[in-house]
Design a protein around this ligand. Structure first.
Ligand code: AMP
Length: 192
């Protein structure tokens, strides 16, 4: 499979984040998956790519022209695609990938995984989405998602259309056995 990893262009303050990025890249390569990611060599993004390459894996990077200098593109990738805009980058990454995993990261990471998760719920694609929740990094986000449901902005069964797990292996196992959820607007509206 082609697995898209969204993660910080920074490394974070706790070394566990860097360790997680290295194990993720290594695991992808060991399982024969191709890494798709944003193409940078800084932070967790660079570590995931380096570790996948070091373990003999294939790595595809997709970077918008305007970010090529700012994000310092990785020069050792299997393939680096330069695109014209951030929107084109996200579309290209979505098209190239069979599933999406967010490691810890900043606003870019959150924006990217939320886009893919909402596209899954809308049926724009039928590919699995997951958060690798190391060090409890995404615990507050899980609480926020529960609040979205209790306050009536999302139906409870949609919570399970994204996976939170502390183990990368479990996420990849889930992806391998995955069958997509019903599309949001194809279901009859439920009375509240
Ligand atoms: P960050 O998690 O903020 O370090 O960003 C991680 C990746 O997301 C980097 O490749 C950023 O270029 C990218 N990114 C930042 N902002 C956005 C955005 N608004 N939409 C999509 N990607 C973004």
């Amino acid at each position: 499979m082609n697995i898209c990893i969204f993660c910080g262009s920074s490394a974070g303050v706790n070394p566990v984040y860097a360790e997680t990025a290295v194990s993720m890249g290594t695991l992808l390569a060991e399982r024969g998956h191709t890494l798709v990611y944003g193409g940078g060599r800084t932070g967790l993004m660079g570590l995931v790519a380096d570790s996948a390459l070091k373990a003999g894996g294939q790595v595809l990077g997709v970077m918008p022209r305007a970010l090529v200098q700012k994000e310092i593109q990785h020069t050792g990738l299997t393939r680096l695609e330069i695109v014209d805009s951030m929107h084109e980058r996200k579309l290209k990454m979505a098209d190239l990938s069979d599933g999406f995993i967010a490691l810890p990261g900043g606003m870019g990471t959150l924006e990217e995984i939320f886009e893919q998760w909402t596209w899954l719920m809308l049926g724009i694609h039928r590919k699995p989405c997951a958060f690798l929740n190391v060090n409890g990094y995404y615990d507050d986000l899980k609480n926020m998602i529960a609040r979205v449901v209790t306050d009536g902005f999302m139906q409870a069964h949609h919570v399970d259309t994204v996976l939170f797990d502390t183990r990368a292996e479990a996420i990849l196992d889930h992806f391998a056995a995955y069958s997509p959820p019903p599309i949001k607007w194809s279901e009859p509206a439920k009375p509240r």
